[in-house]
Write a protein that binds this ligand. Structure first.
Ligand code: HEM
Length: 459
């Protein structure tokens, strides 16, 4: 066996291999940015254009030719043209035979065409190997290279070698490649850039819906009730008092909705006796947006805290305090200090503050830059243990705030319960269900199921 030899040529004297030549069809923004980037990464670039002599400024050092000539000179061709103009490519089928075609196109809307652009391209030129890639990056991201938010290139295609070639180029450009499988995934990749905060949509809708419904509820119970029954106009309370009733209630409900799917999943696994069956779609989707639910819940809690902080400086509150002091002086009355009330109010403030503190910690650790620095065990500990602690503290805060109000018939205006009582239903239910799951016999079975054990039912 010949030992591996090392060439000891002085630097610069070895014949440098000629840089690989890549072809780009299309001289628009994307084509130009891509060309620039390829040049900077050490490739040679040739453009294919319908009008090679009048196609505007192109990156220095690139060549322009007719489509047919350009196609013949390279084995990898980037198709940077709009899908509406694809049909002329059919005439180039002989020149594109066996070449790797990279489809970088996007659409303006979802479901505009019956098939994905890349699949359409493959149908036009069956002899080529189409790879869908780069479409999730903007021209700006392509030209400037990978940044923190734009690191990944998703690709898919039917030929492993073609994908390999595109993956090598992407890696050389500095991107991380994520293979999404065969060309049938092209539609999914083409829909990617059209999505607007997809994982936030459901939580935002929920928060908005809950806020509107609860606002209407408290306006009817407080403002309209006072107007109809007592003939008093207290509509000014909408701005602060009622907002500070709605926001914490929404926050508490959303916080419990973060933990409800986890306990439902636990009971489902117990019932099925296995962890190997898929959860229903709605549960899957619900579990996937827990982080967003939690962050929105935190935002609402934050609003509640800010609204609470301004209570002492409100004109209405200062007026009420002044009035009651003056009327006491006039009537020569004093009031006795009630230790129970002091205990109660201090305790519910304390629970609120502690709850908010842990809530903040939860929110911060769910941010990617922080959670990436944690091990799975640490992340799980914070999100699960501290999450339930937050839920407990906030719920306890609300129970203490309500105290004995539930005993007074005056709390049930028009036979409706106050908003805080409504907010207690879900968190209380979640905590009871979680406690059931923590019972030693239940916990043992669930842990075994989660470790892979399956219950076999007698036939
Ligand atoms: C009510 C203080 C954090 C949930 C209240 C009230 C105060 C208060 C003063 C009575 C408001 C009123 O009379 O209109 C605080 C303080 C907190 C805090 C100082 C932390 C710094 C939280 C957190 C939650 C929460 C994190 C959890 C989501 C509630 C609920 C009510 C309430 C549901 C009842 C609202 C109603 O229907 O009137 N809190 N809170 N609080 N708080 Fe907090």
């Amino acid at each position: 066996v010949k030992p591996e030899s090392v060439s000891l040529c002085p630097l610069g004297t070895a014949a440098a291999p000629e840089p690989e030549l890549l072809c780009i069809f299309g001289t628009g923004d994307l084509g130009r940015s891509l060309g620039q980037r390829l040049l900077q990464s050490g490739y040679r670039v040739v453009y294919g254009s319908r009008r090679p002599h009048s196609c505007g400024p192109l990156p220095q050092g690139t060549q322009v030719m007719s489509h047919a000539e350009a196609a013949q000179s390279a084995s990898l061709v980037f198709i940077c043209i709009h899908r509406e103009n694809y049909d002329f490519l059919e005439t180039l089928a002989p020149q594109l035979m066996g070449k790797v075609l990279v489809d970088v196109s996007n659409n303006l809307k979802k479901n505009l065409y019956p098939e994905a652009n890349a699949e359409y391209l493959q149908r036009l030129i069956p002899g080529a190997h189409v790879v869908k890639a780069f479409n999730t990056l903007s021209a700006w991201a392509l030209q400037n290279g990978p940044s923190d938010a734009n690191r990944q290139v998703y690709l898919c295609g039917n030929s492993a070698e073609a994908k390999q070639a595109v993956a090598e180029t992407s890696t050389k450009l500095g991107f991380t490649v994520l293979d999404r499988g065969s060309l049938s995934a092209a539609r999914e990749l083409e829909d990617f850039p059209l999505q607007l905060f997809p994982e936030w949509r459901l939580p935002l809708r929920l928060a908005f819906g809950l806020t509107v419904v609860l606002f209407i509820y408290v306006v009817i119970r407080d403002v309209i009730y006072a107007y109809v029954v007592q003939g008093k106009d207290i509509s000014f309370r909408i701005m602060v008092s009622l907002a500070n009733r709605v926001f914490p209630v929404v926050s508490l409900i959303m916080l419990s909705l973060c933990y409800l799917p986890g306990v439902i999943a636990g009971f489902l696994q117990l019932y099925r006796g296995t962890k190997y069956r898929r959860f229903p779609d709605w549960l899957d989707r619900w579990m996937l947006c827990r982080k967003q639910l939690g962050l929105l819940a935190l935002a609402f809690a934050f609003l509640h805290v800010l609204y609470t902080l301004i209570i002492p400086i409100r004109y209405y509150v200062r007026y009420k305090i002044g009035e009651s002091t003056i009327s006491k002086m006039r009537e020569n009355r004093t009031s006795v200090f009630d230790t129970t009330t002091a205990w109660r109010s201090d305790s519910y403030y304390a629970m609120g503050i502690l709850g908010f503190g842990v809530y903040l910690l939860l929110g911060i650790t769910s941010l990617p830059s922080v959670s990436n620095a944690l091990s799975w065990r640490e992340f799980n500990f914070i999100q699960s243990k501290l999450g339930y602690l937050t839920l407990f503290l906030c719920t306890f805060h609300t129970y203490l705030y309500g105290w004995s109000k539930f005993l007074y018939p005056s709390s049930y205006k028009w036979y409706t319960p106050p908003a805080y009582m409504l907010s207690l239903v879900l968190p209380s239910a979640v905590m009871v269900l979680k406690l059931l799951l923590l019972l030693p016999c239940v916990d043992r079975t669930l842990t075994r199921i989660r470790q892979g054990w399956e219950r076999t039912d007698p036939e």
